[in-house]
Design a protein around this ligand. Structure first.
Ligand SMILES: Nc1ncnc2c1ncn2[C@@H]1O[C@H](COP(=O)(O)OP(=O)(O)O)[C@@H](O)[C@H]1O
Ligand SMILES: [Mg+2]
Length: 375
């Protein structure tokens, strides 16, 4: 049984004077116990909306799904009180911007200690009056179990001087330290799943690499699963066990990280792969990117949302997205009309030249699969 199993998720935002926004449309996502699962796609593809749907933090949106199970239980059948407990203890979220997520007038040690007490692992009162007295009068005693645990957690996430950092306020810390504090705070509730929405996007690459290393260690040490949301396939390659690729509200491809990087099947995935640093720079020395931009949710074409940018598009692409097992299985699925069930990948390649010349528009006379090669 998957830790998290979502099938056919749709999230729509009603808009007063305009068409409703179908932000996410038909997303399947499975996260297994203890894995790091990458959710990747360009900006606007629906990653954050999917993440917030897991926390049930989508006020005003219409959410529907055929299945939305966490540990085999329907998350959307839980009461709001049960959800509050789950959000604190079972599923934690880490955001890109720790400065706005942390309390500016509390030391980070206090904030983590509060999460630890709330979770109930330590023998200290976490009642309202005790918490208020700590917050406004005494502070947490430096010898209290919850404070010791907070310092331990800071050390666990790779903070070199955890005693000092625990007594610091968020604005006194660097961006990298703050992201580590957020991760420590998430661990304070001993969660089974951490949903991390672009946790390293605002950081420079060396700091980012350190934190991604730390996330991998945590998975092993705490047996926590991480849904790692990123727009950067390089981050996925470094960190993730499996990956789900999203584009304009839909899943385009999913598989193991190894399978997907060795044999990317969807032209969109191939396009993303060309744009990571390991990919070959184009002739003018720039990193290759996918020409054009994603459609607004209200202006998506019927069928495959990528078809207007896809150099391999042909007439079948206006049909609803299929689901094809590719590359000999291992859960490697491409939602692309180029493949028929069980076909090997043939010679399908992203056509760099046509794309670079801005010819990446859907054409009606293309034939699928093995006949689409770069010449
Ligand atoms: N509260 C909202 N109201 C209307 N549209 C929204 C809202 N939140 C997100 N969207 C739209 O949903 C789409 C997906 O957004 P998001 O999940 O934030 O993308 P990503 O995280 O992949 O960059 C975007 O087109 C965005 O404009
Ligand atoms: Mg986002």
């Amino acid at each position: 049984m998957s830790l998290l199993a979502i099938e056919d998720l749709a999230v729509t935002f009603p808009v007063e004077d305009g068409p409703d926004v179908p932000a996410v449309d038909g997303v399947d996502l499975q996260v297994e116990t203890g894995e790091i699962h990458g959710l990747v796609g360009e900006s606007g593809s629906g990653k954050s909306v999917t993440a917030r749907s897991i926390m049930r933090l989508l006020d005003g949106a219409e959410v529907s799904a055929d299945r939305f199970d966490y540990r085999g239980e329907d998350l959307y059948a839980k009461s709001e009180a049960e959800m509050r407990r789950i959000r604190g203890d079972d599923i934690a979220m880490v955001f890109q911007d720790a400065l706005s997520a942390l309390n500016p007038v509390m030391t980070v040690g206090e904030q983590i200690a509060e999460v630890v007490r709330h979770h109930g692992d330590v023998d200290e009162s976490a009642g309202l009056l005790s918490e208020l007295r700590r917050k406004y009068v005494t502070g947490t005693s430096k010898s209290a179990p919850s404070w010791r645990r907070a310092v331990d957690l800071l050390e666990t996430v790779g903070i070199a001087d955890p005693e000092d950092v625990a007594t610091s306020y968020p604005h006194q810390l660097s961006g990298g330290q703050r992201q580590r504090v957020m991760i420590a705070s998430a661990l304070g509730g001993d969660p089974s799943l951490i949903v991390a929405d672009e946790p390293t996007t605002a950081l420079d690459v060396t700091v980012e690499a350190g934190i991604l290393d730390e996330l991998q260690c945590l998975c092993d040490e705490f047996d926590v699963a991480i849904l790692l949301i990123t727009h950067d396939l390089g981050v996925v390659a470094e960190t993730c066990d499996r990956v789900t690729v999203m584009y304009s509200g839909s899943v385009m491809e999913r598989g193991t990280t190894d399978g997907l990087f060795e044999n990317p099947a969807h032209p969109y995935t191939k396009g993303l792969l060309r744009s990571i640093p390991e990919g070959a720079p184009s002739e003018d020395g720039q990193l290759a990117t996918i020409p054009g931009s994603a459609p607004e949710p209200t202006e998506r074409p019927a069928g495959c949302p990528f078809r207007d940018r896809c150099p391999a598009a042909f007439d079948a692409c206006s049909d609803p997205l299929p689901e094809h097992v590719v590359d000999g299985g291992e859960g490697h699925v491409a939602r692309c009309h180029l493949y028929t069930e069980g076909d090997d990948l043939g010679e399908v390649t992203w056509e760099t030249d046509a794309a670079a010349n801005g010819e990446a528009t859907g054409t009606a006379d293309r034939t699928p699969a093995t006949e689409v090669t770069d010449g």
